[in-house]
Design a protein around this ligand. Structure first.
Ligand code: PA5
Ligand code: MN
Length: 178
């Protein structure tokens, strides 16, 4: 397989998933102006999603904001909670926001050459704080699965907004604590 670090394109033959702002309806604090705008694309290597395999994908997350909030991925827990993951950033810049179900958060820098480890039990969301696409390669245990519903219902405990001196991590006024 080859990976284009600038575009995230995988060769050969990935599954491609496109997410528009419409797919992120209700995720941002502000309302979305144009639901047709592309937010991110995931190129997924075709490997059976079983516990003896490693799945991998590239994500290409566009630059942009909704209100003050930078574009982000939906974010998820793994359906099997203890499954870990590694993100290697290939181009662009951003933040990786991780959260436990009890509301604790950790935020890590994403830039080319940084490999971020997402331990089991941590929900994870990528945020593009730059002006170019944020491209990263993810590797995870094949049976991990996705739990999107918990984040869709509760949100992340923090949001990332453009402040006067750059990106700021702030409490999410819409977070629903457990
Ligand atoms: O496996 C991962 O965690 C990533 O490949 C994500 O699925 C990808 O970045 C898109 O984010 P989400 O699945 O939260 O929409
Ligand atoms: Mn994941």
């Amino acid at each position: 397989m080859t990976i284009d670090f600038a575009t995230g394109a995988l060769v050969p033959d990935p599954d491609v998933l496109d997410r528009r702002l419409a797919d992120l309806d209700g995720y941002f604090v502000a309302d979305i102006d144009d639901p047709g705008v592309g937010a991110y694309t995931v190129h997924e290597v075709r490997v059976p999603p079983t516990g003896n395999n490693l799945l991998s994908s590239t994500t290409v997350l566009a630059p942009g904001k909704v209100g003050d909030e930078y574009f982000f991925t939906k974010g998820h827990f793994h359906a099997i909670r203890d499954r870990a993951e590694i993100y290697l950033t290939l181009s662009g810049e951003g933040l990786l926001v991780m959260a436990l179900e009890d509301g604790r958060t950790v935020t890590k820098e994403m830039r080319p050459g940084i490999a971020n480890y997402v331990p089991g039990h941590w929900a994870h969301r990528s945020v593009n704080t730059g002006t170019t696409p944020l491209v990263f390669y993810a590797v995870y245990i094949g049976d991990a699965g996705y739990d999107y519903a918990t984040i869709a219902e509760r949100g992340f405990p923090v949001i990332v907004v453009e402040g006067e001196e750059g990106p700021e991590v702030r409490p999410n006024p819409r977070y629903v604590a457990s």
